[in-house]
Design a binder for this molecule. Structure first.
Ligand SMILES: *[C@@H]1O[C@H](CO)[C@@H](O)[C@H](O)[C@H]1NC(C)=O
Length: 375
């Protein structure tokens, strides 16, 4: 009985999937060495309750998503005041806020589930099958010491996009060793990615599609402002080969004491600004990136920067990265001012550094290969 049953289960498993469900590749950059659920047997949650339970319990798990998990209406709605701070037009986002000052106050209701992300526990791998793994109407959060987590090849979408504070897709606040890879985020109320004040160390965001196209925005024009917010006290973030499309601000907002290594990303079609940030303690090294159709590459920014301006200056990266930096590529965009600050290069000590391709390779590959369903 037993061997026959076992064989049948294996056959069913294989025919059901068609592909093996294991992590594709491994993390490069600061999250190198992350193992997530490791060799735990792949498990397929059947509904949103099982998904939530497996993501939040104390067991190391490999959780495979082969369907859409729709949380939208699962916790009902909340009613309150929203302010038309950017206008009352159909395409304008409104902000959930009691006091609207001089702006028009409106009554509205929004989905509660999207405002309460799932707190993912340590030692988890979350994988999507082909393009089928979708979490709709709820975000993922890594906080309070959560560590060793892989999220690959899923979409996180539709978090009350009409309302600021309606929901963030991916949140960090005091976590370690997290790898987010080939994830598509779209139609968020607030941030696609947000890092809170508590320090998050060893994070790699790679090959993600940040789809900023949205029916509701602060500019009332379909471009999201709420891209990446990085305000952690001493965060370490590798941003590698992401496709950052149709945004208008916070791309990223680099602030706090964050150390950011941005390599081989492609920003495309930005009608506002990409980089901003209000604190002198933030540090960014940008190399091998592409800005295409970006109105302003560096907006109001107070931190320090190295923007890999030319091959002789880029040799200074040897002390930080163990190699020269790679020049960036700017097309049909505002100017990329040359910044040559190397004062923060010692912060890279002890961290694993992502490799860099040329910017032209990133330009050719990243837009078509980033996001879910592209593995
Ligand atoms: C995660 O896995 C590691 C290694 O097996 C273990 O030491 C640690 O306690 C686990 N963490 C949690 C929160 O279960």
């Amino acid at each position: 009985m037993r061997p026959a049953f076992f064989t049948l289960a294996v056959i069913l498993g294989v025919t059901q999937l068609g592909v093996s469900q294991t992590v594709s590749g491994s993390a490069e950059g600061f999250a190198a060495g992350v193992t997530g659920g490791g060799s735990a047997e792949a498990q397929y949650p059947s509904d949103i309750d099982e998904l939530k339970e497996w993501l939040t319990d104390d067991t190391a798990r490999v959780i495979v998503l082969n369907q859409e998990f729709d949380f939208t209406d699962s916790e009902g709605t909340t009613s309150g005041t929203v302010c038309a701070s950017w206008g009352t037009g159909d395409k304008c986002q409104k902000i959930i806020q009691d006091d609207c000052g001089d702006s028009t106050a409106l009554s509205a209701s929004w989905y509660t589930a999207a405002t309460k992300p799932i707190d993912v526990a340590s030692n988890k791998t979350i994988l999507g099958v082909e393009d089928k793994g979708i979490i709709k109407g709820k975000g993922l959060r890594f906080r309070d010491g959560a560590s060793n987590i892989i999220v690959q090849n899923i979409q996180v979408t539709d978090l009350n996009p009409e309302y600021v504070w309606g929901g963030d897709a991916i949140s960090f606040d005091g976590s370690d060793l997290i790898w987010i890879d080939h994830v598509t985020t779209a139609r968020t109320g607030r941030q696609h990615y947000v890092f809170g004040f508590d320090t998050s160390t060893r994070v790699t965001l790679s090959n993600n599609f940040i789809n900023g196209e949205t029916p509701y925005s602060t500019g009332c024009d379909g471009y999201t402002y709420w891209t990446f917010e990085m305000v952690g006290k001493a965060d370490q973030i590798t941003l590698q080969s992401n496709y950052i499309y149709k945004t208008t601000g916070r791309s990223p907002a680099l602030s706090g004491g964050t150390l950011l290594h941005a390599v081989n990303n492609v920003w495309e079609d930005n009608n506002g600004h990409a980089l901003e940030g209000g604190e002198a303690t933030a540090k960014g090294l940008f190399e091998g990136n592409v800005w295409s159709g970006v109105n302003t590459i560096i907006g109001d920014y107070k931190g320090v920067l190295f923007t890999s301006p030319d091959s002789s200056t880029n040799e200074e990266c040897n002390s930080a990265l163990g190699r020269s930096c790679v020049v960036n590529l700017v097309t049909d965009s505002g100017e990329l001012t040359a910044y040559k600050d190397t004062s923060f290069f010692t912060d890279f000590s002890g961290l694993t550094i992502a490799p860099a391709t040329s910017a032209s390779e990133a330009q050719a590959n990243v837009p078509s290969k980033a996001g879910a369903g592209k593995l």
